[in-house]
Ligand binder design. Structure first.
Ligand code: CA
Length: 377
């Protein structure tokens, strides 16, 4: 408490000094310049500096994904008594939703909240940071990232972009998307236009769909106007917020291409290295909390939203075994293809496969056996 008071006093006197200096310079320096400098640089007050960061995101502000960014910002602010503040922006406010990596790499912003698989065009191995078709569920993904060598492997890739990444949210197993008409077989999928990103999009493409990647905010209009015939986003809560149930009736499950999607907070390495160790530790803790919190929050909100959607006429439909099997076969071929093309993909894929086999052997015994018994009607 005593230390805090001293810091506070220090902050006031430094702020007063800064204000006096600013007033003295007012004749020669514009107030706008002073304000902009204060917004972008660290200003030493007491023992720890005031730091203001901007966080661009891929998300509209109404969605659960955006709350991952907010959790990090709120917790960092609380844990530093307001000295380190991060302002999250919706996709499109600073840069378009799918250009977060670019903006963080360029230093346009200090950090960003996004899904790494939006950037598989830059390095296909980034897919593993988020999720891959028929890959790990949310719990397994966290275990892989934090204990199974996953995070270390992904960080090696991000280092090439002058970025350090932190898992900052997990959606759990997603839904399989909205279709305007019923899909019973692989033949029914052919020629449909669908919004689906990542390797899941490549699998759908190999099954004959025309695949598009649109940011969240643009999906509803495209589906409603019939520019696309199908779209996937996350799950009942977010999908309902986007209004997708008003544009299509058939809601498919499971989201086999995103069994445990992790979102990442990306930090420019120059900005990261300038942070005091205390702030780095706090940021890391806040990201961990956001990762865990989103996982639990979505599970809760999705269960409620699904009931609402069903009461309002949504037709919940399972993908047929034929489609699931064809998709899994295509997914395995695509993963093997990527491994042949890209050495960093191959390295992660081989390590990841070993982890997946081992954790599956354990989870078949504990989780699967229990869930099958306990949750079957
Ligand atoms: Ca998705």
């Amino acid at each position: 408490m005593k230390r805090r008071q001293i810091i506070k006093t220090g902050a006031i006197s430094t702020a007063t000094a800064a204000l006096t200096a600013a007033c003295a310079k007012a004749n020669t320096t514009s107030q706008a310049n002073i304000t902009s400098e204060a917004n972008t640089t660290s200003q030493t007050t007491g023992s720890l500096p005031r730091v203001k960061w901007r966080m661009t995101t891929s998300w509209p502000k109404t969605l659960g994904t955006f709350r991952g960014a907010e959790t990090i910002a709120n917790r960092v602010k609380e844990m530093t008594a307001g000295r380190f503040t991060i302002t999250p922006f919706a996709g499109g406010e600073i840069v378009p939703g799918l250009q977060v990596l670019d903006a963080v790499q360029a230093g346009t912003v200090q950090c960003g909240h996004t899904a790494s698989y939006y950037y598989i065009g830059k390095n296909s191995a980034l897919a593993f940071a988020t999720t891959v078709p028929f890959g790990l569920n949310g719990q397994q993904q966290n275990t892989w990232l934090y204990y199974g060598g996953g995070l270390e492997a992904i960080r090696k890739i991000y280092a090439d972009f002058n970025i350090i990444n932190f898992p900052g949210g997990n959606t759990g197993t997603q839904m399989g998307g909205w279709f305007k008409k019923e899909i019973k077989s692989v033949a029914d999928l052919k020629g449909l236009k669908m919004r689906i990103p990542g390797l899941g999009g490549e699998v759908m493409s190999s099954l004959g769909l025309n695949v598009q990647v649109l940011p969240g905010a643009e999906i509803y209009l495209a589906l409603d106007r019939g520019t696309i015939d199908a779209a996937e986003w996350v799950g009942p809560y977010d999908d309902e917020k986007l209004g997708l149930h008003q544009a299509a009736q058939f809601y498919y499950y499971p989201g086999w291409w995103e069994p445990g999607a992790t979102l990442d907070v990306l930090v420019n390495l120059d900005a990261w290295n300038k942070l005091p160790q205390e702030y780095q530790a706090i940021f890391k803790t806040a990201a961990f909390e956001a990762n865990m919190n989103m996982f639990n929050e979505y599970d809760f909100l999705n269960s409620q939203a699904l009931s609402r959607l069903l009461a309002n006429g949504t037709k919940l439909t399972a993908y047929s075994p034929e489609i699931m099997q064809a998709a899994q076969k295509a997914a395995l071929e695509i993963l093997a293809e990527k491994a042949n093309e890209n050495p960093s993909f191959k390295q992660i894929y081989e390590q990841w496969q070993k982890f997946k086999n081992q954790i599956s052997n354990w989870n078949r015994v504990n989780e699967l056996t229990y869930n099958n018994f306990s949750m079957s009607k």
